[in-house]
Every structure is written in C-alpha cells, then in structure tokens.
Design a protein around this ligand. Structure first.
Ligand code: PMV
Length: 317
C-alpha cells in the first residue's frame, strides 16, 4: 500500500496561476491510499474507488484523469495491466485539500513500488500534473508538487522554465483549525471565473495578484522567524484579497469571521474557494474553542492539525 498526504495552500492561491508565488503545506495525518492487487480476469487495469463512488476498467473510462495516469505509468514502467487498484481517501473531494493530487500520487507511488523503481518527487509531481490537468484545465502545479514533496513549499510558475520550487523554513510548530463549508466546489469553476475577470480587467487583477505576491513574500519571512502573529495578519489580508478577486462566499466569510471572533490569529479560505475549506491559525490552547465556534457558524466538519517545524532544504531530491 502506498499513501500520499492532503495539502493546504497557506497563501497565494489563484495569483499562483498568474506567475505569483504561493506557499503550500502537506497535511501528514490526512491521507489517500492506493493498493494494487493482481487480477487475472482482466486485461485492462481496474480502478476501484469506493469513496469516489466507482469501479471501472481504464478502457471503460478512457477520459477519466486517473485512467490516463494509470495507462501512462504502466506503459512507461512495463507493469502488467492485469491489476486492480483500490483507492481509499480520508480527504474530502473538491474542497481545496488536494484530494485529486493525493489520490494520483498514491497511485503512482504504489505502481512504482510494484515495479521496484523509485523516482524523485519532482518527476512524480510531473506525472500527476498531467492527470490534474484533466480535473481542472489550467492547474498551476502547486497541488501535485506539495503532495509529492511532502514538505512546505514555495511555488512559482515561470514562463519557458520549469516552476520554481523551494523548501520553506518553518521555525515553530503551527496549529491550524480547518473548517469545511460542506460545499463542494470543483477548482476549475472559480479558476475559470477569475480568468474571465482578469481578461475583462487585467490592470485591476494584475494589481490584486501583485498584492497577494507581496504578502506571500512576507509570510515566508514570518515562517522563517516564527512570527506567528504576523503570519495571522497576513492570512487575514490574503482572505480580503481573495474576496476582492471574487472567490470567497458567504459561508467562507462567516467561518473566517467566526474563527477570528473565537481568538484565531488569522483566517482565510484555502484553495479554489466558493466552497471547500478555510483555515484558521491559532495558538494550540485556542484550537478547540475555534473548532467549536466554526461548527456553530455552520462548518460541517473541523480538523485541528499541527505543521511541524521544517528545515529549508529538500532531503530527498
Ligand atoms: O485544488 P485547490 O482547490 O486547492 O486549488 C488550487 C489552487 C488554485 O490556485 C486555486 C488553482 C491552481 O491551480 O493553483
């Protein structure tokens, strides 16, 4: 069995699609798993995904992004197609927690383990990127990258170059409360809407993206120095900018406000927006109260997670 983590975007989503930097964090304790077993009754790999509501052979659903990914990997690494891949995931789908990237990464890791091969995280991220494109058209690549590296990352697209991927130093443990609006919002919808607005008013949107970039730079500094209150302010600023960009929602605004009223150091929507999750940064002692306040304000689910301090290097690259 192979696994891969969920992720949260700490800051910079949407602007990252337009070449600005963003910081993403892996959630080590919320994971997707993939298990491969032999199945000699089939000549095409079968994907069995009870949590996603389906079991199909890749020939039956050739346009499914996971089918394409499995086909690519088995052909490239000479793996027998007489297999069944069972996927389980504790990550809510279409909620900004990187469920698609985690499932795809777990599948690639399991297929590689089966064939006795290893690949660097950047290469696994590249394979998964292709399947992410099937989910939402123009992904920046941040989701598949943070999931494959399993480390806090700084991510920035560059024209005519591979994306800039750097490790992010975190000086102190960070406690987050994640609140789920319960509203499933496929990333491609807000991403598409932002693209239309950007096309209609590029000057305004470029300026908003520049403001996001400036706060992401400041957030990296706050992480490195362990200035958690400063990071909280920056998350609030990011949420305001995401509102202006047009990807928040009444529910996300209510949850971020409730978290701040309950003592969070800062809160913002996380991921594509319009639904999905928000995050609140807190001191550990306030986490339970904030989770309670989020549920009272309508969160369908809450989760308290701690991001461990991290060094500014990639050990396995
Ligand atoms: O997959 P989500 O919902 O976490 O969103 C990814 C972040 C976006 O910046 C909105 C899109 C992207 O491709 O980077």
């Amino acid at each position: 069995m192979a696994t891969a983590p969920a992720k949260l975007i700490l800051c910079g989503e949407h602007a990252v699609v337009y070449g600005r930097p963003a910081i993403a964090l892996p959630l080590a304790d919320v994971r997707a798993t993939a298990t491969v077993t032999a199945n000699y009754s089939t000549n095409e790999p079968i994907i069995n995904a009870p949590d996603l509501g389906g079991r199909w052979s890749i020939a039956e659903r050739p346009d499914d992004p996971l089918s394409g990914l499995v086909k690519t990997v088995i052909e490239r690494f000479g793996i027998s197609p007489q297999i069944e891949i069972t996927i389980r995931s504790a990550i809510p789908i279409a909620s900004g927690m990187g469920s698609g990237a985690a499932i795809a990464t777990a599948i690639v890791r399991e297929l590689l383990a089966l064939s006795g091969q290893t690949l660097p995280p950047a290469v696994i991220a590249g394979l998964v990127y292709e399947s992410e494109r099937g989910y939402h058209g123009t992904p920046s690549g941040i989701d598949n990258t943070v999931v494959a590296f399993e480390q806090p990352i700084w991510f920035q697209r560059r024209s005519n170059l591979p994306p800039l991927i750097e490790p992010v130093a975190i000086n102190v443990p960070l406690t987050f409360v994640v609140g789920d609006t319960g509203i499933r919002s496929p990333t491609r919808l807000p991403v598409g809407a932002v693209r239309e607005r950007w096309q209609a008013d590029p000057v305004r949107y470029e300026a908003l993206f520049d403001q996001v970039a400036a706060l992401v730079v400041a957030a990296r500094e706050a992480l490195a120095t362990g200035d958690v209150p400063a990071l909280g302010h920056l998350l609030n600023t990011n949420h305001e900018l995401l509102r202006e960009i047009g990807v928040s929602s009444t529910e996300l605004d209510q949850l971020t406000a409730a978290a701040c009223a309950a003592g969070a150091l800062g809160a913002k929507l996380a991921g594509g927006g319009w639904g999905g999750v928000m995050i609140a940064l807190t001191t550990p002692d306030r986490a339970t109260d904030i989770a309670t306040a989020l549920r009272a304000a309508g969160a369908t689910n809450t989760l308290v997670t701690t991001i461990a301090p991290a060094a500014a290097f990639f050990p396995d690259r």
